[in-house]
Design a protein around this ligand. Structure first.
Ligand code: ZN
Length: 313
């Protein structure tokens, strides 16, 4: 485990927000905890809040190298089974994005932390020239078998063209990174001037998160950062972006899958409901689940100020 300072303002002055729930003396270095369908809800190291800027983060946490090796080694066959729900969610993520970008017309899009490439595939179908970068060798292999253009690695290790992309997306990725500010700065360099970044993450400032406190299900070991809309905005601006909007954005599930999940938590309600949904042949109906505690930020890399290139240093 390593102690870290605030990634947003650099201060080493934080107060405990949620005490560790790890079993005494144990640090869960088990990679199965990093499968993205793993239900490690409620198990996390100490989570602190920076007294200067308000950023909430896990501290101490796994060493950077351990986190990196873990994500490179991830294999998760369950995620492939859940593909259908992700397809629906990503189809819906594209709509507000394309309202801001206009029609794709073959412009370039890079999905960071693309995993098995579900978003890359959907964006490609919509007409984007879509690429993915992803550390998990297994996930990259799964994506390549579907003919998708995937680069194994991270924005730090992969050879990506500076100023090469019109759009960069990060779906449920930033909360897992060891250095989100560094990632946003690299993303800024990858975008063309005027290019758009979309980031979807959990929102610790949301009403639900504040009401649930320590029982908010997204407090878990694999999450290293817990942004609010305000800390996310501050970090985007520090990395050179101009924030267009931050809005609550949920996810989409088939009704059958949703009832199955409800049954896992509340069998008395979920089981009869799942039975009913099956009887009425509604299992495949898509429903929006938006509890307000997930949000998407859209931010632009500003066009170079006029005249900037006329005064070489
Ligand atoms: Zn801070």
């Amino acid at each position: 485990m390593e102690q870290v300072t605030c990634n947003l303002c650099g201060a080493d002055d934080a107060e405990v927000r949620f005490p560790s729930t790890l079993p005494k003396g144990q640090s869960l270095a088990d990679w199965t905890a990093y499968r993205c369908t793993h239900s490690g809800y409620g198990v996390h190291p100490t989570i602190v809040r920076c007294r200067h800027c308000g950023l909430v983060y896990a501290n101490p946490r796994q060493e950077e190298a351990t986190v990196r090796e873990t994500y490179e080694a991830v294999k998760d066959p369950l995620y492939v089974e859940e593909r259908e729900g992700r397809v629906l969610t990503f189809e819906h993520h594209l709509r507000p994005l394309e309202r801001l970008t206009g029609p794709p017309n073959g412009r370039t899009l890079l999905d960071i932390g693309a995993y098995t490439g579900v978003f890359v595939e959907i964006a490609g179908r919509h007409g984007w020239d879509a690429w993915g970068v992803e550390p998990s060798r297994w996930a990259v292999e799964v994506a390549r078998k579907r003919g998708l253009r995937m680069i194994q690695g991270t924005t730090e290790t992969a050879d990506l063209p500076e100023g090469g992309f019109d759009v960069v997306t990060m779906w449920d990725v930033i909360e897992h990174l060891t250095d989100p500010l560094g990632e946003l700065r690299r993303t800024h360099r990858l975008l063309k001037p005027g290019g758009l970044l979309a980031i979807h993450t959990i929102d610790i400032g949301s009403l639900l998160a504040r009401l649930m406190g320590g029982r908010w299900p997204w407090l878990m070991e694999m999450h290293l950062y817990y942004f609010s809309r305000s800390t996310l905005r501050m970090m985007l601006e520090k990395a050179g972006f101009s924030v267009v909007q931050i809005r609550a954005q949920g996810r989409y599930l088939r009704l059958g899958y949703l009832m199955n999940r409800v049954a896992a938590f509340m069998p008395w309600l979920g089981r009869p409901a799942e039975h009913l949904v099956t009887r009425l042949r509604l299992r495949r109906v898509a429903v929006a689940v938006n509890l307000g505690d997930l949000c998407t930020a859209y931010a632009r890399k500003p066009l170079s100020p006029p005249g900037e290139n006329e005064h070489p240093v």
